[in-house]
Design a binder for this molecule. Structure first.
Ligand SMILES: Cc1ncc(COP(=O)(O)O)c(C=O)c1O
Length: 385
């Protein structure tokens, strides 16, 4: 077994090939979180009134520095969904605004944007990125966003890495287009998959960036960060639930969200240290090599072809097309994901974007190519659905 596998609590009977959805917490990081919880439990009054604010500030300073920003521009948020919706809601301050997002955006975030649009009588324009035609280039994707922008656009929400389709969007190129064509627009980058996988995690240009630490940094769930480009943007940030310290503004207003278990934020520096103990280069090399190997193996076995050029695929997740005559529906894809879990003791995710069905593979430091062998049997399971 791979030497890193035993550093995680993953069930040794299961091939765990979906780090991308919910991450997985190394034992040493889980222990650090548990110590914080025990400290809390030993004296909740002292912890919440005195110790927590200090530890929270220390964690915030550590993580802001690691991201390459300043603590005044950084706040913890529970997850990318809440962070992106919070930022979008805060930036849409006027009724009848115009929001632009892409058709490959995260479903939960698109739902949130639709609700913000409804409440503010704004319009949500979707830049259609045609995944069905396969090999999209960076120019095609930038053109799709360009076509959705108008001189009325107030807000653009853009993924660094798309969720279901695992595409690495050309964010810097798209940002240049937005700044040129719609300079009035604010841009929120959904960097849910960025921290840990992309170095640096922050793109060159953005107004607000949100990224998860509980995916590729392996922080305990739930832990994510929200970064503002400037103090002017920070002054517009309003937490989802305005509460204590609201008058202090960002980032303090984001901390005072009532009694909760904040140990996942406080243990995020431990997760970053775990990541650094392996090294970004080693992680990147390992994960890419495993994915390259297994994608080739499965494509050859199934007689299918890659649909996305490697440079557009995100580094640590990859779609491999299944050899099926018909695309599976969403309920069928979900049922197949469960069948794979039950019959092959393998955790992965089946997705059906565009006009075909794929297995979305993730590779992390605890994976070896042999973990993916059983996936060869996936097409045989389809007849059992
Ligand atoms: C692009 C993108 N945005 C948002 C999310 C949601 O993340 P969370 O469930 O942590 O809010 C994901 C999850 O995979 C994602 O890929």
């Amino acid at each position: 077994m791979n030497q890193y596998r035993e550093q995680f609590s993953l069930d040794p009977r299961v091939a765990y090939l979906n780090h991308g959805s919910f991450g997985s917490v190394p034992k040493v990081v889980a222990e650090a979180q548990r110590e914080i919880q025990l400290l809390d439990e030993s004296n909740p009054n002292l912890f919440f009134r005195t110790t927590l604010p200090r530890l929270h500030d220390e964690a915030r300073m550590f993580v802001a520095k690691w991201l390459g920003t300043t603590p005044e521009l950084f706040a913890f948020v529970p997850n990318a969904s809440q962070g992106v919706i919070t930022a979008a809601g805060a930036l849409i301050s006027k009724p009848r605004s115009q929001i632009v997002a892409t058709s490959l955006g995260y479903g939960g975030v698109l739902n949130g944007l639709a609700e913000i649009a409804r409440r503010t009588q704004s319009t949500l324009r979707i830049a259609e990125i045609d995944f069905a035609s396969g090999a999209q280039t960076a120019d095609d994707i930038a053109d799709s966003v360009f076509a959705a922008l108008t001189n009325e656009t107030n807000l653009v929400v853009l993924d660094q890495i798309t969720s279901e389709t695992a595409l690495l969007l050309p964010v810097d190129q798209i940002m240049r287009t937005i700044r040129r064509v719609a300079p009035q627009a604010r841009v929120v980058i959904d960097g849910a998959h960025g921290p840990g996988m992309l170095t640096p995690a922050l793109p060159t240009d953005f107004d607000v960036w949100v990224g998860n630490f509980h995916k590729w940094i392996c922080a305990p769930r739930a832990s994510a960060g929200l970064v503002c480009r400037s103090s002017e943007i920070a002054s517009q940030m309003v937490p989802l639930a305005p509460s204590w310290d609201f008058e202090s503004g960002f980032p303090k207003s984001f901390f005072s969200q009532g009694t909760d278990d904040y140990s996942s934020y406080l243990a995020t520096p431990n997760a970053i240290k775990f990541h650094e103990s392996i090294g970004a280069d080693k992680l990147d090399k390992h994960n890419r090599e495993v994915l390259d190997d297994v994608a080739t193996m499965l494509h050859e076995h199934w007689g299918t072809e890659p649909v996305v050029p490697v440079e557009m695929s995100c580094p640590w997740m990859r779609l491999v097309r299944l050899p099926l005559k018909k695309q599976l529906t969403k309920p069928q894809s979900d049922a197949l994901t469960l069948k794979i879990s039950q019959e092959l003791k393998t955790e992965t995710v089946i997705v059906s974007p565009g006009d075909a069905t794929f297995v979305r593979l993730s590779a992390f430091i605890y994976n070896e190519p042999a973990d993916f062998e059983k996936l060869k049997q996936v097409p045989d399971l389809v007849s059992k659905l």
